[in-house]
Ligand binder design. Structure first.
Ligand SMILES: Cc1ncc(COP(=O)(O)O)c(C=O)c1O
Length: 418
């Protein structure tokens, strides 16, 4: 073992059982240091939309780094890459004439959105509108606001008092309406909502839920924040899931698919309604990161958007959505599978009928069958492959999962090692 402290890791277990070093990627596959090939069932961490090993992105980034790696974008400064990327992202935004603010990842985008939502109401003379609502099972990153409002309890435990966040029932528009009434709309700044809950377990929205939520937010004058860190840039068969569900969010957070993970980058898309009070002379939103608009990261994103467009990967995602559902659905009939959630985007979860030890065994067995996945907050397997995967990959994935569950159950029943 080296000095490396892994993110979200039981380091004692990692020290005991060792690391898996991934050294190379190609399309929907990655390779470990022993040359073993794995299907990347999670697209890294929901990000590698265009697939691994894209020389175009590496070359565009290298060109930019040679020319100018970065320069700060505070005040009136910009770089051509940052300005062009803002235009390209705004052109795809669900609300026309949006502004685009850059940061370094999804957690930054979420915290920027929370601060801007509160600052917006302050600017409008309603400084008491500070409460931020979110959903149970939601994941909004690990920065201060994101940790506070997240809906996965273990991620909030043990940090002492966090910011005031209030969670509403995941799929209930009534719960949102009642909570706003209870707290008073005059105290509520925003409602944060993943169009499809991701890390909490892949839960697509029930029919009509998001539309109702949008209506409630409009009627109650609460800002709607779509957290599209996972769903943005094609994963739900549209550039943004908001478009699919008819949402015009006041703020939209994104990251991951904006560069397909080649370089870290996040963005906050701001509708004209929220941006307008800050685009007046003498007004400043005192917020920004050293790497806001980092030229190298923006160059990577531009090359990534070129690939998404040139290869019609967003349209392809709409086809893959159905193929993934068809391939995985039969697993629901497996004796030890509790549920398969799929059918909204290239996103799925296979929930096993067993405890965490069973999920861990299945993951280990999947590796030996050439598949890399991970376990989500509710114990289900995460399936969110690159948008360059195909039906044959999905069929092989379903076979591997069925085989891994069978052998994990046999090991459990034989009293084998966890
Ligand atoms: C919906 C959502 N929001 C925010 C984040 C945080 O993004 P990051 O890990 O890039 O900080 C994630 C990460 O998975 C996410 O899924």
């Amino acid at each position: 073992m080296t000095s490396y402290w892994h993110p979200f890791a039981d380091m004692g277990a990692v020290e005991a059982s060792g690391e898996l070093a991934i050294v190379r990627g190609e399309g929907a596959y990655v390779f470990d240091s022993d040359g073993r090939r794995y299907f990347d069932a999670t697209a890294g961490l929901w990000y590698c939309n265009v697939g691994h090993g894209r020389a175009e992105i590496a070359e565009a980034t290298a060109r930019q780094l040679r020319e100018l790696a970065a320069y700060n974008n505070y005040g009136d400064l910009t770089t051509p890459a940052a300005s062009e990327l803002a235009e390209r992202v705004a052109a795809r935004a669900p609300v026309p004439a949006s502004k685009v603010f850059f940061c370094s990842g999804g957690s930054d985008a979420v915290d920027s959105a929370a601060k801007l939502a509160r600052r917006y109401w302050h600017q409008l003379g309603k400084p008491e509108k500070t409460v931020i609502l979110s959903r149970t099972s939601s994941y909004h990153g690990v920065n201060g606001f994101g940790t506070s409002i997240g809906g996965i309890p273990p991620n909030r435990d043990g940090f002492g008092p966090l910011l005031d966040g209030t969670r509403v029932e995941r799929d209930s528009a009534d719960s949102l309406a009642e909570t706003i009434d209870r707290i008073g709309a005059g105290n509520v700044a925003a409602f944060f909502c993943e169009p499809v809950v991701g890390a909490g377990g892949v839960f697509p929205p029930p029919e009509g839920y998001l539309e109702k939520v949008q209506q409630i937010c409009r009627e109650q004058d609460v800002l709607l924040v779509a957290d599209e860190v996972i769903t943005g840039f094609g994963r739900c068969g549209r550039w943004f899931a908001s478009e699919r569900f008819g949402l015009s969010p006041d703020l939209l957070t994104c990251a991951k698919g904006i560069t397909s993970g080649y370089v870290p980058l996040g963005a906050l898309i701001v509708s004209p309604r929220v941006a307008e009070p800050f685009f007046q002379p003498g007004v400043m939103w005192r917020h920004g990161y050293t790497y806001s608009g980092h030229a190298g990261a923006c160059a990577a994103a531009l090359a990534n958007l070129d690939i998404l467009e040139d290869e019609n990967l967003v349209e392809r995602a709409a086809v893959l959505e159905r193929e993934l559902l068809e391939a995985l659905a039969p697993l629901a009939g497996h004796e030890h599978v509790r549920e398969v959630r799929a059918g909204t985007g290239v996103l799925a979860a296979v929930a096993l009928d067993g405890d965490a030890a069973l999920s861990a065994r299945v993951l280990r067995d999947l590796r030996s069958r050439g598949v890399l996945s991970r376990v989500l907050a509710d114990g289900a397997l995460q399936i969110s492959p690159p948008l360059v995967s195909d039906r044959a990959d999905f069929d092989a994935l379903a076979d591997a999962i069925a085989g891994a569950v069978d052998s994990a159950v046999v090991t459990r029943e034989a009293g084998g090692e966890a």
